[in-house]
Ligand binder design. Structure first.
Ligand SMILES: Cc1cc2nc3c(=O)[nH]c(=O)nc-3n(C[C@H](O)[C@H](O)[C@H](O)COP(=O)(O)OP(=O)(O)OC[C@H]3O[C@@H](n4cnc5c(N)ncnc54)[C@H](O)[C@@H]3O)c2cc1C
Length: 272
């Protein structure tokens, strides 16, 4: 890999489950600028970077422009006051251009980290006193980790993190979120899995798709009340089909999508 395009180094690579990693990336002789929790960064690698073994072969056009970095957006998972490194929670897309290369990285390997952090998927539009429900499947949890790691002590909201995955072992950050739940009376963590029959140890938590658990009142029971647009803002992040399914239900209950010119109570970040 040519070194002139890279400006960052892998500090740590944590394998959460097959096809799921936490990557800690440190800037190389430059300072991380300010960002608002919920925003994203851009990671990049050249087409010449090797692909991991557990992926599909490279598309022929990927290597046609060897000097052009392959770049993709990633939500920042680390707190905004952590200045030594940025953390990312990444799922492997086996046929993808960048993730097979990110998964081949090891500690000390170099990559490109964009120096500007942007995005409007933040808590800024939420008025003080409202409950905030942060719902995600898979790596859609990443921006919520940044929000909670930065703002858990903030007393102006009550937070609920709802995280859906196939298996318990795919629930990244489960122990950190469970600890936050135990330590804060303004924070609730609700994990849910869709394939309980495949668990090695019986799963005693919620099971099923998030949209079904919202509709049948399972979340309301844990939260202690049925959330309404008057008292709650809802954030949805990750898989577009999960987002669309939940938005359809929420809109039927009077929630509206937040847009810059028309404030609403549903905030959305689609990953693809
Ligand atoms: C604002 C923003 C924030 C993002 N944050 C994250 C993040 O924190 N973690 C993360 O893993 N990804 C995140 N993504 C997705 C990321 O930018 C890439 O799209 C993803 O990593 C695939 O890149 P790739 O080059 O390997 O695949 P590509 O060659 O770009 O292929 C993309 C195709 O793969 C599919 N795809 C993309 N992402 C996924 C996925 N997660 N699961 C299944 N299929 C997918 C879609 O069909 C898409 O068209 C984010 C995207 C956006 C827009």
């Amino acid at each position: 890999m040519s070194t002139d395009q890279t400006n960052a180094v892998v500090l740590q690579r944590i394998e959460v489950a097959p096809g799921l990693i936490i990557l800690r990336v440190a800037p190389d002789e430059w300072e991380l600028s300010e960002f608002v929790p919920g925003q994203f960064a851009v990671l990049g690698l050249p087409p010449s970077a090797p692909r991991c073994r557990a992926c599909d072969p490279c598309e022929p056009d990927e290597e046609s422009r060897p000097d052009k970095l392959i770049k993709r957006a990633y939500s920042i998972a680390s707190a905004s006051h952590w200045k030594q490194y940025m953390e990312f929670y990444i799922t492997l897309v086996r046929s993808g251009a960048l993730t097979p290369r990110l998964f081949a990285l090891d500690v000390g390997d170099r990559l490109w980290l964009g120096q500007k952090f942007t995005g409007s998927f933040t808590l800024d539009p939420v008025p003080e006193g409202k409950r905030v429900i942060l719902m995600a499947t898979g790596t859609g949890l990443a921006p919520y980790m940044s929000m909670m790691r930065t703002l858990l002590h903030d007393q102006s909201h009550e937070y609920v993190v709802i995280h859906g995955a196939r298996h318990s072992w795919d629930l990244g950050y489960r122990s950190e979120l469970s600890t936050m739940d135990r330590l804060s009376d303004k924070f609730i963590y609700i994990p849910s899995i869709t394939r309980p029959a495949e668990e090695t140890v019986p799963w005693t938590g919620l099971t099923g798709y998030l949209q079904n658990l919202w509709q049948d009142g399972s979340f309301a029971e844990i939260i202690g009340a049925r959330p309404t647009p008057d008292d709650t803002h809802i954030f949805l992040c990750g898989n577009p089909s999960m987002i669309e399914a939940i938005m359809g239900i929420l809109e039927g209950e009077g929630f509206t999508e937040h847009k810059r010119r028309s404030p609403g109570t549903i905030h959305v970040e689609k990953y693809w």
